[in-house]
Design a binder for this molecule. Structure first.
Ligand code: ATP
Ligand code: SKM
Ligand code: MG
Length: 296
């Protein structure tokens, strides 16, 4: 019997390789545009960046696959942030560039205030009636979400079910056949479809939705979002009680990972409109707290 599993070819990977040449050409053109816009002759850029004239010519014609260190030198010589150099594609609106500049000068405390002001000013209609629950596995999103939907008499939606339906396969199949980036795209499209389809709902999301800025921003913009928070030991105990033995394979390591994931995601979870600590009481107490958070 052959025990070697064939490694599925990810269509995305071969596309990426094909796209690489196109990207290098676009990058070269972009760098040339930026340089010319600055009125900077190539010889001056070569002198100021320490990258040879010949190499710069190759780069601008899309032939040179420049190292990240050299690209950084080029960026510094033009006084442009590296991320603005590598982002090729449609030109960013000048308002967005200026807004990013303005916001990047604000101290962190005022940044939160600025975001709230913007959200408040441009709040999407009906946001209060679209309730989204976020939090790590075992937080209680499904359990409390179903209770809340029944109480409010609105549909309960499990985003994972919507992703499965859209992809036409199970989530592990999406991951193993097409990778995490495909899962992220399905997640974002499913969320958009849910928002477009329903005016009112209680939505239970996947624990990692907060790690994808564009998707999390959509969630925060269109939904009243509540972070169901729990202690690492409760997360672990609840997941294990549901029959998932994987976290037990090396308990101390798994626990450390869980603590790290929770700490790493906490700043994003904290952007939710409200928080309910489900480790602070039993299920009924958490539900009462959740009701308070939607009718403050
Ligand atoms: N105070 C509490 N609040 C919420 N759930 C609690 C509480 N105490 C115990 N539980 C139990 O914890 C479990 C939470 O699991 P649930 O499947 O709802 O989490 P989840 O956030 O949907 O996880 P996943 O991301 O894996 O889908 C349930 O079995 C629930 O009964
Ligand atoms: O917390 C996580 O990292 C994840 C939780 C799941 O619900 C899915 O969102 C995904 O499998 C990853
Ligand atoms: Mg769940």
């Amino acid at each position: 019997m052959n025990n070697i599993n064939p490694v599925p070819v990810r269509p995305e990977l071969s596309n990426l390789k094909l796209e690489a040449n196109g990207y290098l050409r676009a990058l070269g053109e972009h760098i040339r545009d930026l340089r010319v816009r600055r009125g900077m002759p190539r010889a001056i850029l070569a002198r100021d960046s320490g990258v040879s004239l010949r190499y710069l010519a190759q780069l601008e014609s899309g032939e040179g696959n420049i190292s990240i260190v050299r690209l950084r030198q080029v960026a510094q010589a033009m006084a442009i942030p590296l991320e603005d150099i590598v982002r090729v594609g449609p030109e960013q609106a000048p308002e967005l560039t200026l807004l990013v500049q303005y916001l990047s000068r604000l101290p962190p405390a005022q940044l939160g205030e600025a975001r709230e002001l913007l959200l408040g000013t441009f709040e999407k209609k009906g946001r209060r009636h679209r309730i989204a629950l976020v939090g790590l596995r075992g937080a209680g999103k499904t359990t409390l979400g179903k209770m809340l939907a029944a109480h409010l008499d609105v549909p309960f939606i499990e985003l994972a079910d919507e992703i499965r339906r859209l992809a036409g396969m199970t989530l592990p199949e999406v991951f193993s056949l097409y990778g995490q980036s495909a899962y992220r795209r399905y997640e974002q499209r499913s969320l958009q479809a849910v928002i477009d389809t329903y005016d009112r709902f209680v939505l239970s999301t996947g624990g990692s939705i907060v790690t994808e800025a564009a998707t999390f921003d959509k969630l925060l913009t269109y939904c009243h979002t509540i972070w169901l928070k729990a202690s690492p030991s409760d997360h672990m105990a609840r997941v294990v009680a549901q029959g998932d033995r994987r976290p037990m394979s090396d308990n101390s390591e798994a626990m450390k990972d869980l603590e790290r994931i929770l700490a790493g995601r906490e700043p994003m979870y904290m952007k939710a409109d409200a928080t309910v600590n489900t480790s602070a009481g039993d299920l009924q107490q958490s539900f009462a707290e959740l009701l308070k958070q939607i009718n403050p």
